[in-house]
Design a protein around this ligand. Structure first.
Ligand code: FAD
Ligand code: NAP
Length: 485
């Protein structure tokens, strides 16, 4: 080796050693926090922690090789503007004090206990991956799906790839009247020209192109003044091309008189619904509606009793609904059975009555009744150094902005605990160093954020070819292959 080459390689070695040393020094002094789950809760918690304290390092562990949770796998494909939050999450992930470890399932690949040993604090933000069951006979029949799975199917969640819903029937019934129910109704009825410009998966697009579903009934156990959807989503339904609403005037008895006492958002929502149900539309709207080949409607005061099977019991043929009346008024009104029932013929039933968080390990407190980790402002009860944020903390309601605020609250609690000494950060913790060693021993190879950016690149390039924002990779294997290319 020539003299100057020797000098150069010696210098490189020294520089590499020095930066490793500096980084180790920094590592040793820093407070190490890890976050389980990379949905909005995980990223907003990380964002706040990194901003609030220069001495905090955050590692995010995510089960899938791809980040962003329900922003990728929940938000409807025809709502691309909602997904812009990904830009903020990406900025956080690119910070030098934030590291993403995808393809690591906490509870399987590494335990919460092991994370608690490796880090000063662990924030659980793994969302709500279960769903509330209807608890009625026939729920397991082919043709009955949880909205969580149906949404996962059209959004490319690997575990829902095989769902292949049978869309050969004319009528679909959706149970629940929240925004997820409306997302599902829209996707079932939206003209293909709209959907094909979105990031909906190709198999879903192909199935919807063949779909025979012409009528979607969105069923709620209570009345028009208790629906859980919001006005923007209702307006989208009302204006959905090639569809007309099917609402029953009788359901709106007494609504006009109650309007004046409703809080403003509820009032505007109810006004739009009443107008759609009761007013004779103008000529142009009448023409639009009479030319529509698809219909959607709300069925109020109905609870599921049983899913009815065809004579061979091989598929769904209908649903038996109990007729309810309301006891009380306003948001708190209760549905009470009248004893009457009604059968509706349908070949597809989608239960959209809410998601549900699941316990991760018996050592982590879990309130099974509320399906949340019991906490006070994000501090897990009786578990020092353990925090929670997002739907796991609050239950499965709230938009991304709600999740953001409650995740900031959790991060604030953690910072307060650091500053008050409640959270002991005096001893150095190994953080990802020890977890990486464990994962390596177990044959788990994490996906880094730059690996994800490779996946992102491939998906967006594939999308460009077909005029979509992205064409999602649909299997974990394919994602890992691209990540490692
Ligand atoms: P999630 O987003 O579910 O993130 C949890 C993450 O944890 C996931 O990435 C998951 O893979 C990961 N994880 C799970 N288990 C493990 C484990 N064991 N180890 C490691 N990682 C794990 N809000 C809006 O504002 N606008 C919308 O249009 C909108 N649309 C929605 C559509 C649907 C169908 C749904 C269900 C919700 C929608 N929301 C919308 C609400 C929004 O998605 C939630 O507020 C938000 O995603 C909750 O964030 P989270 O981080 O708690 O959960
Ligand atoms: P949700 O808003 O809580 O709605 C759940 C629906 O299911 C309600 O109509 C509820 O009726 C009904 N329900 C619950 N339990 C039932 C039971 N046992 N029997 C019959 N009906 C039952 O939940 P979601 O639709 O899953 O949405 C979750 C959150 O994500 C919401 O905050 C939503 O706004 C948000 N989200 C937002 C968007 C968006 O912004 N575009 C899109 C999707 C989701 P009751 O009121 O009678 O309980």
């Amino acid at each position: 080796m020539s003299g100057h080459k020797m000098l150069f390689s010696g210098l490189k070695l020294w520089t590499a050693g020095r930066s490793r040393w500096i980084s180790r020094l920094h590592d040793d002094c820093s407070t190490k926090v890890c976050i389980v789950g990379s949905g909005p809760a995980g990223f907003y918690t990380a964002q706040h922690l990194i901003k609030a304290r220069q001495d905090v390092e955050v590692d995010i562990y995510e089960r899938l090789p791809v980040p962003f949770g329900l922003v990728r796998f929940g938000v409807a494909p025809d709502h691309p503007e909602v997904k812009n939050v990904i830009n903020t999450f990406t900025q956080t992930a690119r910070q030098s004090r934030c590291h993403f470890y995808g393809n690591v399932s906490v509870g399987t690949d590494v335990s919460v206990e092991e994370l608690r040993h490796a880090y000063h604090a662990v924030v659980l933000s793994y969302g709500a991956e279960g769903n509330r069951g209807m608890g009625v006979p026939g729920e397991d029949l082919p043709g009955v799906h949880a909205a969580k799975d149906f949404v996962g199917w059209y959004n490319g969640l690997p575990s829902c790839r095989e769902l292949r819903p049978d869309l050969s029937c004319e009528t679909a019934v959706i149970l629940g009247q929240g925004n997820v129910a409306l997302d599902v109704a829209r996707v079932l009825l939206a003209p293909l020209d709209i959907l094909k410009k979105t990031d909906i998966t190709q198999p879903a697009l192909e199935a919807l192109a063949e779909s025979q579903v012409r009528r979607v009934l969105i069923v709620g156990r209570r009345g028009p003044m208790q629906v859980a959807c919001t006005i923007k989503e209702l307006r989208e339904m009302v204006n959905l091309p090639n569809t007309r609403p099917e609402l029953m005037a009788a359901d709106f008895e007494g609504v006009a008189e109650a309007l004046k006492d409703l809080p403003r958002p509820r009032k505007r929502l109810t006004e739009l619904m009443s107008k759609t149900a009761l007013e004779i539309p103008g000529e142009k709207e009448q023409q639009r509606r009479s030319g529509a080949s698809h219909t959607w409607g709300f069925r109020f005061f109905r609870s599921p009793v049983e899913i009815l099977a065809d004579p061979e019991r091989s598929r769904t043929a209908g649903i038996r609904l109990a007729v309810n009346r309301l006891e009380g008024s306003g948001e708190g009104a209760r549905a009470v059975l009248t004893g009457e029932v009604e059968d509706v013929t349908c070949g597809l039933v989608i239960s959209s009555i809410g998601y549900k968080s699941l316990p991760i390990h018996p050592s982590v407190p879990f309130d099974s009744r509320k399906a949340v980790v019991p906490n006070s402002m994000g501090r897990v009860q009786q578990a020092a150094g353990l925090y929670c944020s997002g739907w796991l903390k609050t239950g499965p309601t709230g938009v991304i902005a709600t999740t953001m605020n409650s995740s900031f609250d959790t991060a604030r609690s953690l910072v307060e605990d650091m500053e008050s000494g409640t959270l002991d950060v005096s001893a150095a913790k190994p953080g990802s160093q020890s977890v990486s060693a464990l994962l390596e021993k177990r044959g788990v190879k994490p996906v880094t954020f730059s690996d994800w950016e490779k996946i992102d690149g491939v998906e967006t390039r594939r999308g460009e070819v077909v005029g979509k924002p992205r064409e999602k990779l649909l299997t974990v294997e394919e994602m890992l292959q691209v990540a490692r290319s």
